[in-house]
Design a protein around this ligand. Structure first.
Ligand code: GTP
Ligand code: MN
Ligand code: MN
Length: 365
């Protein structure tokens, strides 16, 4: 009887998209340990292992209280043998030797620094490491040829690795809003990504642009980018259709999830007054993502660009495995009915998927 009382265990649903995950939760030391191992697996292109650690971390983020004993975790989904071992160590000693070893390894730190350069992915970083380049100084001193993105990334490394604040995001929103409404009256600007989920800082600022009349969004990106450029607001920009494979935003996804929106990876130049640049500087560089979507796909794009990355991944897994549907940032296809399901809001998409609506602030899996 007594034992039953002390092993009060938790239950959570299987998929992250069935759960509410707040930014602040009860188990940061456990989720941080697992997240670091996930990051390391991503940097070593071990996607299977990375997802397993990300899922385990997400389960811990969703628990209603602090874990004090592994016995409380019995029956929880997504906690494999490896993750449980890490959790046990952290509960017992406050740290896990595998995590500590990884954190201090030369390879992990070199991969982190090099992939921290905008435009540098894990393949490039790995090649540089094999050539003996482990840090920025060695990269600068080497004769390595950089593409335009990587050169901009290296030039603005300090700024781009400084967290973007909510205030920065708000002032960039104002700028983009001004550009869009003066060039395309009626067009709409929506902040997505981490800031829409309520994060106080981010690595970039993400926007979705659309027009309430289908088709009227055409030409929007070129005009907005030219305007921003003419105002001296851009340090770098690359506009493209479907450039997902080149992005450093994530490891390759199945081709069905690649999106074909017009998008722009940019580095904005924010002046004093628009931001608080580092002491002694007149401006700072900030990464901005702009995506244009026709209104008919807006709800799917909004859901797809709000994140978190794991939440998105889980939504697609739920759709495929549990509903025989295929979800992307463009559409939802029902394989049983062999037809696309329309939606004009995120709520409708959750309903199509047979899920309770989870608001953006609770998608922090
Ligand atoms: P921080 O920027 O680090 O604060 O976090 P974030 O959640 O905003 O991440 P990020 O800006 O990398 O991505 C925002 C969302 O857009 C995430 O859900 C990503 O999965 C999604 N995303 C990023 N790149 C692409 C892409 O090329 N295509 C699609 N469909 N989604 C993308
Ligand atoms: Mn973002
Ligand atoms: Mn982004």
């Amino acid at each position: 009887e007594e034992k039953e009382e002390e092993t009060c265990s938790f239950t959570v649903p299987n998929y992250a998209c069935q759960r509410r995950t707040q930014l602040h939760h009860h188990n940061p030391s456990l989720s941080d340990a697992l997240t670091l191992l996930a990051e390391n697996a991503e940097l070593n292109e071990d996607d299977g292992r990375a997802v397993a650690f990300r899922r385990a971390a997400a389960v811990l983020k969703a628990l209603p209280a602090e874990v004090t004993s592994v016995s409380q975790l019995k029956g929880l989904p997504c906690l494999g043998e490896h993750s449980l071992r890490v959790i046990k160590d952290v509960l017992k000693d406050g740290s896990c030797s595998e995590v500590e070893t990884t954190k201090h390894s030369q390879r992990f730190n070199a991969l982190k620094v090099l992939t921290g350069i905008f435009g540098v992915g894990v393949k490039t970083a790995d090649r540089w490491i094999r050539d003996g380049i482990f840090n920025l100084q060695q990269l600068r001193e080497s004769q390595t040829t950089l593409n335009r993105a990587q050169q901009a990334g290296l030039d603005h490394y300090e700024d781009l690795n400084q967290p973007v604040t909510r205030a920065d995001a708000d002032s960039i929103t104002e700028i983009v809003q001004e550009a869009v409404s003066s060039l395309f009256p009626g067009a709409q600007v929506t902040l997505t990504g981490g800031f829409r989920r309520g994060k106080m800082t981010g690595h970039d600022v993400d926007f979705l642009l659309t027009h309430p009349e289908e088709g009227r969004e055409e030409g929007l990106m070129d005009k907005v980018v030219s305007w921003l450029d003419s105002q001296g607001l851009l340090l770098y920009q690359k506009t493209s259709r479907n450039s997902y494979l080149e992005s450093r935003d994530g490891p390759g996804r199945p081709s069905s999830n690649m999106d074909r929106f017009e998008r722009c990876f940019a580095i904005f130049k924010l002046s004093r007054g628009q931001t608080s640049p580092p002491a002694g500087h007149q401006w700072r560089a900030v990464r901005v993502d702009l995506v244009v979507t026709p209104i008919s796909q807006f709800a799917f794009a909004l859901l797809g660009w709000t994140g978190s990355k794991l939440f998105e991944r889980e939504l697609r897994r739920w759709a495929g495995h549990e509903k025989a549907m295929s979800l992307s940032s463009h559409a939802l296809f029902d394989k049983t009915q062999k037809r696309y399901l329309r939606a004009s809001s995120e709520e409708e998409i959750f309903t199509h998927l047979g899920l309770s609506f989870i608001p953006p602030s609770q998608r922090n899996a």
